[in-house]
Design a protein around this ligand. Structure first.
Ligand SMILES: [Ca+2]
Ligand SMILES: [Ca+2]
Length: 174
């Protein structure tokens, strides 16, 4: 009798345990998917990113420093560690200013234009103080990503004549 009872209990346990394990695995996989989706969302391009991998304003050889490691960014020279979302958030966090390659938040920063022109009139890089100042400096106007119209009443014809363009920037890369 006790053996029969024991067998019955074992059967009941396996009846409940196996579905519970399956449900738990599905639940964990679902949680992992949500976590992955959230991580991907946080890396989607915004105004200061060229795409989800490239951050605007960085020298191509420095792109490797701007890959999130455990969601963090390490200031290139000064070494502080902070959340990666502080890169290009328009607030200067690193002592060396390397968290703001694409904005004018840090003093003495350098902004590297997204495209380089063979026409030497256009710079490869500009002081970050010229980012979003309403005047087109890079050949593609990539530093004017906020499209701030700061200077008005300067007609396009006059801009062409003076060879200085205002936002919205034309693409003059060759
Ligand atoms: Ca920052
Ligand atoms: Ca500018």
């Amino acid at each position: 009798m006790s053996k029969l009872f024991y067998r019955f209990v074992r059967r009941k346990i396996s009846f409940f345990i196996i579905p519970s394990i399956i449900i738990s695995v599905i639940f964990i996989l679902y949680q992992l998917k949500i976590f992955y989706d959230l991580s991907a969302t946080s890396l989607k391009p915004n105004a200061v990113q060229i795409n989800e991998r490239m951050i605007i304003g960085i020298h191509p050889q420095e792109q490797r420093f701007y890959i999130p490691r455990n969601g963090n960014f390490t200031c290139i020279k000064s070494g502080e560690i902070m959340e990666f979302k502080k890169v290009n958030d328009n607030y200067c966090d690193c002592d060396d200013g390397t968290d703001e390659p694409g904005t004018n938040a840090c003093p003495d920063g350098i902004f590297y234009c997204t495209r380089i022109s063979s026409n030497k009139k256009f710079p490869k890089m500009i002081p970050s103080s010229k980012v979003n100042d309403g005047i087109c400096d890079c050949c593609d106007g990539s530093e004017e990503f906020n499209n701030n119209v700061i200077i008005k009443n300067f007609p396009r014809d006059s801009q062409k004549h003076s060879r200085h363009f205002l936002v919205p920037c034309p693409n003059l890369c060759e």
